[in-house]
Design a protein around this ligand. Sequence first.
Ligand SMILES: [Zn+2]
Length: 393
Amino acid sequence: MADGNISRGARRRPIPEGERRKVWVRSGGRCAVCNADLMEGRLTRREFALGDIAHIVGQHQTTGSPRGLADLPADEREKADNLMLICGGEHAEIDRAGSLDVMTVEKLRKLKRDHEDRIRYLTGLAPDRSTVVLRMVGRVRGNAVELTRDSATTAILRSSNRFPDYRLCLDRHGIEIDLRQLPGEPVADHRYYSAAKAAIDEVIDHKLAEGVARENIAHLSVFAFARIPLLVYLGSRLDDTIPTEIYQRHRAGETWDWPQTAKASDFLVQSPTSLSGASEAVLVLNVSGTIQLQELPVNLLGLPTFVLQPDGDLPQPDVMASRKTLQAFETKTRWMLSGIEAGGKSIQRLHVFPALSLSAAIVLGRVVDPHVHPKLVIYDRTPSGYQPALEIR
Ligand SMILES: [Zn+2]
């Protein structure tokens, strides 16, 4: 960076590079007098090093060196403590003979100290980048997947600018909901769902709630593998005031990372032409697969039916390949639910058939607002066809 100091004759020594750097950093690249950004031109907005490094006590102990007669050893005059970063015009002004009686050494030291203290304070305000890990580990038709503390940690470090925080729990595994030991998963009847809901409630109502109250959880990272209705239920139990990132297991590579550069897919909704006083409706979510309408329970076949599916893409298991796609799903689901709420206040109950990716199922539970939306009945496919698994109230 160019030395902007006004020339004060041939005896002028260059300021050591290390001291110059200290002054620039301590000053935050800004003028210690007026706070102007000295790394960018005001006219062109281009990057220049426009700051001057000014001596508080002059470089030489002579009357020709501004404030040079003040008491300071020669070797300390080139140190960062005696230097301040300021605008060129202000530098010229403080060094003029006519300003020396007011722009004194004490006055300049105070300006420098106040500015540098403020920069240190402001740049010390690090945002809290920690995140608490919530893992729900279950089975789907007898199968389990790798969802250890380590795989969650790796996914967070690779896909976000956050750091996992495992303080909450004595076993240092974060918050874990383990559904693997619950009997009856392959059949998945109402007893299984009741037991699984109770296991989820137990952790959410105690461990997570205590963590929020005691440790002031600022961010949550959610990893879950279980039957889709349980993922929707988990989503509905997450506090929507805590910023939350939901992770997706990708079949390719069997990882939980969100890829940094994956294309975003959008979704479209086919709505029924009229809700005309209906108290119940059907929502078919064709995201990870396609549910044939003729497979739905016969008693629902005449109801107004909404169908959500990828826009310009076929439903398939790897649709949820990026965060942006999950966000698009969330946006479209919110839009659809508020449309149902606005267009058919009479709808009390929405029968939901979810062919959903894991992450999308949790998002569905999160976007449902029990105060304004109809009750959701989540169906699951069993050997005897689609059966109501649980309700989101
Ligand atoms: Zn300035």
